[in-house]
Design a protein around this ligand. Structure first.
Ligand code: PHE
Ligand code: CO
Length: 296
């Protein structure tokens, strides 16, 4: 029925080499992964599993095991879906890569999480600019078993559909929220700051940098502050925002954002690396726990 999916990543256009956006839902071509693809999965999985001990949020590490993900082979979406269906009701769908915003929001609003079916090449082990299977699956899927976080993702999708109708500026604000929570969020747990953002957990370098480096700011979660804050996609983050709990995310984002967008439209954006007087700044995330800067 379907032709064998091809990996379409970039296309040469008058804007240069740009990622291709296709909206098709693709059955995971599991049997066609090469030995090299499984080896890439194994290498990344083993490396991250080690680095994330004592760094990732407790639920992240636990859920990897609940899914039965192992380094042995690229997981089958069908197997993961059996677990998801009977816990939080999410479903993974295979896609070619990045989706147009509205398509993406619509999937999330219906508890469908799009996962890129292909995995990076061996020469891209340490860095790839687009999300691949490792980022999407290892990075995003474990927390879909966390009930509050699973609800947050769906609510975000519904909020995206709404922001899309309001306009481009609202979308910019909302996308920053996704970036600083779902992709690059930190959470304060009993034993210190921990990672829950998928962009971090799928990167060895950033997993260490975000908690241990003195370079970035670690700032307490503040919804409006986040929606004003610009971000960089080509370097480690200059600022991470720290939540107290997944419930905090749900509660803070429950109100109608329409008046928030109007308020934000009248405010300047904040550069990625700025610290404001009103920010609650944490020191490094491990070892000395989560005392405020200057308490060390
Ligand atoms: N409550 C938000 C709105 O009305 C939607 C939303 C939920 C946005 C969760 C982000 C996260 O627009
Ligand atoms: Co992602």
């Amino acid at each position: 029925m379907n032709a064998q999916p091809r990996r379409v990543e970039h296309q040469q256009t008058d804007k240069g080499n740009v990622p291709v956006y296709t909206t098709a839902v693709i059955e995971q071509p599991w049997a066609s992964y090469a030995r090299e693809d499984h080896a890439t999965w194994a290498q990344l999985f083993e490396r991250q599993q080690k680095v994330l001990v004592g760094r990732a949020a407790r639920e992240f590490n636990e859920n990897l095991h609940r899914f039965g993900m192992t380094p042995d082979a690229i997981p089958k979406f069908d197997d993961l879906n059996r677990v998801l269906r009977k816990t939080t009701g999410w479903e993974l769908i295979g896609v070619e890569g990045l989706l147009p915003e509205l398509t993406f929001f619509d999937h999330l609003a219906n508890r469908r999480f799009p996962v890129t079916w292909w995995i990076r090449r061996p020469d891209q082990i340490d860095y790839i600019s687009e999300p691949d299977l490792f980022h999407d699956l290892f990075g995003h899927v474990p927390l879909l078993l966390q009930p509050e976080f699973a609800d947050y993702m769906q609510a975000y999708g519904a909020g995206g559909v709404k922001a899309h109708a309001i306009g481009a500026d609202a979308l910019v604000n909302l996308t920053r929220l996704y970036w600083y929570t779902v992709e690059f969020g930190l959470i304060k747990q009993n034993d210190g700051l921990r990672i829950y953002g998928s962009g971090i957990v799928s990167s060895k370098g950033e997993s260490i940098h975000c908690l241990e480096s003195t370079a970035p700011n670690r700032i307490g979660f503040d919804l409006m502050r986040i929606m004003r804050t610009r971000y960089r996609i080509d370097t480690y983050q200059k600022t991470y925002f720290v939540i107290d709990s997944y419930r905090q995310l749900m509660d803070a984002t429950a109100p109608d954002f329409t008046p928030y967008y109007a308020q934000l439209a009248a405010q300047e954006s904040i550069p990625a690396g700025t610290v404001l007087q009103s920010d609650f700044v944490y020191n490094r995330g491990t070892g000395e726990g989560w005392a405020k800067d200057g308490d060390i």
